[in-house]
Design a protein around this ligand. Sequence first.
Ligand SMILES: [Zn+2]
Length: 277
Amino acid sequence: MKHIRAASLLPLALLVGTSAFAASPTTPAPGPARIVGSSEAGCIAGAVRLPDNAPGMQTIRLKESTFWGHPDVIRHLLDLARTAKAASLPDLYMNDISLPRGGPLAGVHASHQRGVDADVWLDVIGPHPVIPASEREFEPQTLVRADGRGIIPERWHPEHVTLIKLAANLPGVDRLLVNPAIKKQLCEVVTGDRNWLHKVRPWYGHTAHMHLHFSCPAGQTECIDQPPAPAGIGCDASLDWWFAQLDSPKPPPPKTPPPPPKPVVLPPACRAIMAAP
Ligand SMILES: [Zn+2]
């Protein structure tokens, strides 16, 4: 990707739509780590990149993915990979984190803007020998039935519990998103300590990967945290709600096409971060 001169980025830096990926600088903004804004609109300076290979992990889908994060988040992800390896899991496949300076990420749901969100594939059956970078462009396999009502039993393994529990218990993880069918499976099979299920929240998609969302790291006064997740482990009526949606009739398609989604307006402080040399 060609580096675009910073000055030409200004209008896009504040008002970016689906072209954000193409318009964003390809290097992090210099200086100490600094996160500005919320999950819906934010950016980061001083981001560091997850290495493509480290003990217990490999980055995946390099062509369309981006791996920049707050240094604490990158450190926690490397720790997750090491502990997963120590638990005899195969290499983790690490996917999108954030762009070098954050901002909206095309094709990915609203977060991933500030280096505190990371996607990790739920692929726990090895071996996962080191793949050459050019051959990492494959898709993960869904764990969820086509009707969305449960997992595919032959694709579910105890190692999924091991991995999701390790991730939920990582320092700084605020919540972890998986498909409602995966959450339901965890509610059914996890015994003993179930407190960590509080962090595992049901969300659309996420049938083949989990999304780790970290809280604002210490000292990041311009970083806005999400409201806390509801109390409890969530193996209750709040989970049933997701499956009830599958029963409701689909609304008819609108007669006129819906308006395009509103572009994300980044906080003013992101202007300097996007424009820094
Ligand atoms: Zn994600």
